[in-house]
Design a protein around this ligand. Sequence first.
Ligand code: COI
Length: 358
Amino acid sequence: MISTTRPTFAIERTKKSRIKDIDFNDLEFGKYISDHMLVADFVNNKWQVPKIVPFGDIPMSPAMLSLHYGQSVFEGMKAFRNKDNDICIFRPQKHSERLNKSLVRMCMPEIPEELFMQSVHAIVETERDWIPTSEGASLYIRPIVFAFEPRLRVKLSDHFKFIILTSPAGAYFSSPTRLKVEKTFVRAAEGGTGFAKCAGNYGGAFYPNQIARQEGFDQVLWTDAKEHKYIDEVGVMNIMFVIDGKLITPKLTSAILDGITRDSILKLAPALGMTVEEKRISIDEIEEGFKKGTLTEAFGTGTAAVVSPVASINIDGVEYKLSEPGPQSFQQRVKQKLNNIRLGFEPDVYGWNYIINV
Ligand code: COI
């Protein structure tokens, strides 16, 4: 969709841009934040008109409720310069929908889609010079909503902040990931907050991931909380397998994030001749696939991770290795297709791209 209206939020421009300090050929994910941010407050039961201000610290009370009781949710999406040099933001409406699902689960005020879209448009247009053009890089967009009221009582906040930061970013993983199937710790149980993009899901994952890292792995592969028998996700990305020539991924539950890259890949797969199956996947099935040689690919999918090859999966101490995916692998082909759509080299038949002509 091509944007027709231009947001008119007030912009206070920075007096000193930091853009010249950035090496756009060496963009470590999440290291650099662009010059401005968008800020809006929810007060008097209503989202107020956002403003764009220079990126910087915000005064806050140490009694701010989100610090104590964790009412904080976020999103992650990406903007690119396409082949015509227009700005393309990938599936912002879908991110708006998911943000609102997270907000509802955390008992926080939803952001109307129109306000969200205008906000994303406004900050990306303001920061257009920060959109990298090198291969694999993008402007990562990080909306965050958090409880701002200072109060120690366990209560719902009366004041929330909605902030959007942007960050020129390269690849999230620099090499194929080594995963360890986690059977001790739990990321999320059914009925919990696993499907929501709330801060606590990530905070609780640090410790098990740190242990995995000390053991030589990159990330844990989470299993279901009840039996540790079925695969859930990786935490910073969803997981997909090619088994017997079929694309297989865990069926969504309330414990799994409804990844937008996951959804995009499932929709693109048939056009690449790939049959898709979303189902409960047991660890036994994965192990059998490795032993029989029918499991030929495993990869993570996510906004930050895009399509990230898996190098190995450790199941109960046994390391199952995968060879690096070649150009004919499904994961490479689908990643290429996704990029082609975002950059305008292939038709956007699903209407995923939000285009700004500047
Ligand atoms: C994303 O893919 O956008 C994420 O939020 C994952 C991670 C960087 C937290």
